[in-house]
Design a protein around this ligand. Structure first.
Ligand code: HEM
Length: 207
């Protein structure tokens, strides 16, 4: 008999997740192609250097809207670190050695750190990106250079975190990807990864 399923995300959450994810990944790719000549073939795929700048700006605006939605959706469950999260971190989430971990509510401490990084550094990318776009002709080179440094640093932060997130969301944690595809995960997955939420809410959300 097939495993019973539980609905863990709403359609809005899934749509926002993919707008945020796809715009973020395309921003990293087009951004690298804008910065490094060796990525020129990528610029050609996006219609040449000038078209790619326009695409990068449009993607930035989509990312901005998705980011604000994402912050409003996940701030409550993923936006703050509590004492149990500190215990989870002290045990390195059980990834490096055997550790007794507290049961998560809806997100574990690693997911919370990822969300907080995306929220904070996403905002830094939006602000620095807007200043670089709108202030290129009017602001002094000193300020613009600092914006470029912060903007480039953000690619490393968000790109690095995104790679770990994609690994853990796919092959790293079996069954997780369903949460952002059709929103239906197995009961066993929900009990393990969203223990507190499953007891309070999820057990009434059978698919
Ligand atoms: C192919 C790429 C991606 C895959 C397969 C993926 C997968 C997932 C999965 C499975 C979840 C739900 C985790 C759970 O509830 O246990 C999730 C949540 C989330 N994802 Fe992604 N993701 C991808 C790319 C991204 C990118 C690029 C970003 C941000 C820039 C992002 C931001 C988020 C956020 C904010 C959440 C909710 C909070 C959290 O889990 O920390 N995702 N993703």
């Amino acid at each position: 008999m097939a495993d019973k399923k539980v609905i863990v995300t709403t359609p809005t959450e899934r749509v926002i997740h993919w707008f945020l994810a796809i715009s973020c990944l395309l921003l990293v790719i087009t951004g690298l192609a804008l910065a490094f000549r060796s990525f020129e073939p990528v610029a050609l795929i996006f219609g040449g250097y000038n078209t790619m700048i326009t695409i990068h700006i449009v993607l930035g605006l989509i990312f901005t809207i998705a980011l604000f939605y994402a912050i409003s959706i996940w701030r409550k469950d993923a936006g703050s670190i509590n004492e149990e999260d500190i215990l989870w971190m002290k045990g390195a989430g059980g990834y490096l050695w055997d550790a007794k971990l507290p049961d998560p509510y809806k997100f574990n401490a690693g997911q919370k750190v990822f969300f907080i990084t995306v929220a904070l550094y996403g905002l830094v990318m939006v602000v620095t990106g807007l200043i670089l776009w709108l202030g290129m002709d009017s602001l002094g080179t000193g300020l613009l250079r600092w914006m470029m440094v912060l903007h480039a640093f953000g690619v490393m932060v968000l790109g690095g975190f995104a790679m770990v997130h994609i690994y853990l969301g796919t092959i790293g944690t079996s069954g997780s990807i369903d949460a952002v595809l059709d929103g239906k995960v197995t009961e066993a997955w929900a009990k393990t990864h969203m223990t507190g939420w499953y007891k309070e809410v999820g057990s009434k959300k059978k698919a």
